[in-house]
Ligand binder design. Structure first.
Ligand SMILES: C=C(O[C@@H]1C=C(C(=O)O)C=C[C@H]1O)C(=O)O
Length: 306
């Protein structure tokens, strides 16, 4: 007599020893970008502190690469340089925070030149750091509209030596630009966020966090969790800024006081004034590149209240 097949278990298949294997969990972590620049350290530091980091599939990269991945669907949520957000906003929703912004000097988005700005020729050769989309467009606006130059541009690797080798000036961003700010070696440094503030009276927003619309529709709860985890992370980093500075100073070529000043200059949220700066930038950017102007009510946000 053959033994009767046991009825299927409600808890999933049994092994020969009789223990439950369980149902396979097909959920996948949200794929979240992380700009590999010092300016993002306070945004991500608290995620490690609270453990939220383990809930994300985190991808580190340069800002141009992460922006491209988010637009193409290789990431679900993450930082995107403002210009690329403006180009692709039909496919994206803005997360209210974090952001990378400054109301005045930012220290790390600079026009670096061999002569003082006033001595730049009428048609200077200007290098644009390959990583950057927003800083380099800001540099172009200022050079052309505020300082009356007609530059010839070339895109170059983002380090100052290469960028300045065959050029009168270069727009640099991130850690390389911060390094030049602290150690100019005879070069002249114009802080482009400070120049934007002098020009428009407004803060400058360099990067925003956005979620793909299709992902937000399918997983609103996860997006809310990610948003709130970032918010808590920035709050913790501000509260424990001494520890953030100490941990950055272990590995980075900057003194603790320089790091503290940098993290203090950087702003990680979008107030009404930041949104006014963002709209102002968008309305000027249409003259240079394929972006859509924002309506007075724009940008369109992901709603974390639901
Ligand atoms: C303030 C900065 O903002 C960055 C500037 C970017 C750009 O120019 O495209 C992109 C991401 C931001 O993190 C910086 O890198 O120094």
């Amino acid at each position: 007599m053959t033994p009767a097949t046991p009825p299927p278990s409600r808890d999933g298949p049994k092994t020969q020893r009789g223990d439950t294997v369980g149902t396979v969990n097909h959920a996948r972590r949200p794929r979240v970008g992380h700009i590999a620049f010092l300016n993002c350290m306070p945004i991500y530091w608290g995620l490690a502190r609270t453990g939220a980091l383990l809930e994300f599939d985190l991808r580190r990269g340069a800002p141009d690469e992460l922006s491209r991945l988010l637009v193409e669907g290789g990431l679900d949520i993450g930082p995107i340089t403002l210009v690329e957000y403006l180009r692709h906003r039909d496919d994206l929703l803005l997360i209210p925070d974090p952001a990378v912004a400054a109301d005045g000097p930012v220290l790390s988005v600079n026009l670096v030149s061999k002569t003082p700005l006033a001595d730049l020729p009428a048609e200077p050769r200007v290098s644009l750091a390959s990583f950057s989309r927003t800083g380099v467009l800001l540099g172009r606006m200022l050079l052309e509209e505020r300082y009356g130059r007609r530059p010839a541009y070339q895109v170059t690797p983002p380090d100052p030596e290469t960028a300045l080798a065959g050029a009168d000036a270069a727009v640099l961003i991130g850690d390389e630009a911060l390094r030049v700010h602290h150690d100019p070696r005879g070069r002249h440094v114009l802080d482009l966020a400070a120049a934007w503030k002098d020009w428009t009276g407004l803060p400058m927003v360099f990067a925003v966090w956005a979620v793909r619309r299709d992902y937000a529709e399918a997983h609103p709860g996860l997006v809310k969790d990610v948003h709130l985890a970032f918010r808590e992370s920035v709050r913790l980093s501000r509260e424990e800024i001494g520890a953030v500075v100490a941990s950055a100073a272990r590995w980075e070529p900057f003194a603790p006081a320089a790091l503290a000043e940098y993290f203090d200059r950087l702003q990680f949220g979008l107030s009404e004034r930041h949104l006014a700066g963002l709209r102002e930038f968008a309305s000027r950017a249409v003259r240079y590149t394929e972006v859509k102007d924002l309506s007075p009510e724009g940008p369109e946000f992901f709603d974390s209240e639901v």
